[in-house]
Design a protein around this ligand. Structure first.
Ligand code: FMN
Length: 252
């Protein structure tokens, strides 16, 4: 059976914009893949321990040298790697916390990115040991990533792209759900960079849960926009959907 692993990191549970968007997107992905099973890994509900001295020692030594206690220390990490390695696609939903990942998600990364287990290190650098498969990321942030003034540096998506590539997962797409504060800039971005992986339909469904409105993969506070702008972006969203109707890149 095919499985889709949903790793979620927001502490806001079902109030979370990233989780709602991911859940809506997964529902849509499942419409075309009814037999696929979704595995939920909620890192906020069940936080993982951060690496301690015993973990560091056990994870850095070759498996043949580990004793029973050191193997036990890595048991949870092994389970998480097995869950990741057996998934046919991964959807990851996360807030941006201080320009990067929440620490619960970083702890998950530390459990699944391990030398000689998920990557190999030699003179040429690091080589991933997992077979490639789609990784789709929804990042929610309160501010804007590019809109000036206030545009901020995104250390989350580039980091996730890099760290998944290190373990062999290079089929990576991400979308940022952000508060757009400048209408002209928002429209310019939609023209120049319409590359979201989630269809408009899925995001519009996500809107049904919350106070924000959604167009072309960017969340905008509805109360900041007048009706003229809403009509304008709605027309743009339809155009966008017809161009990007929707190859999510995940095998059916
Ligand atoms: C501790 C903390 C740090 C945050 N840091 C940022 C940040 O650096 N940039 C940003 O745009 N939003 C930041 N936010 C706002 C959240 O990213 C935003 O509320 C987002 O919608 C949360 O995602 P969620 O709805 O999936 O929980 C921060 C929120 C918290 C609680």
């Amino acid at each position: 059976m095919n499985t889709m692993l949903h790793v979620s990191a927001s502490p806001r549970h079902m109030d979370s914009h990233s989780r709602k968007a991911a859940v809506a997107a997964i529902a849509e992905l499942q419409e075309h893949r009814p037999a696929w099973q979704v595995i939920e890994r909620d890192l906020a509900l069940e936080p993982l321990p951060h690496p301690d001295a015993a973990f560091v020692q056990a994870s850095l030594m070759p498996d043949a040298l580990r004793n029973a206690a050191q193997r036990a220390v890595l048991r949870q990490s092994e389970q998480l790697i097995a869950e990741l390695a057996s998934a046919d696609a991964i959807v990851l939903s996360t807030p941006m916390h201080n320009f990067t990942l929440p620490s619960v998600l970083k702890a998950w990364v530390d459990h699944v990115v391990r030398p000689r287990r998920t990557f190999r290190l030699d003179a040429r650098g690091k080589t991933g040991l997992l077979h490639d498969r789609p990784v789709r990321v929804v990042l929610a942030c309160g501010g804007s990533l590019v809109v000036a003034p206030g545009g901020q540096v995104d250390f989350a998506i580039p980091y996730l792209r890099y760290v998944f590539a290190v373990i062999g997962l290079r089929d990576f797409k991400a979308i940022a759900l952000e508060t757009a504060i400048d209408v002209k800039e928002f429209v310019r971005r939609q023209r120049s960079h319409p590359t979201g992986w989630i269809s408009i339909i899925a995001l519009t469904r996500a809107h049904a849960f919350g106070r924000r409105t959604v167009h072309s993969g960017v969340l905008i506070h509805a109360d900041r926009m007048g009706p003229r702008y809403a009509a304008h972006t709605s027309a743009r969203a339809k155009a966008w959907r017809s161009v990007h109707s929707d190859d999510d890149g995940i095998a059916t």
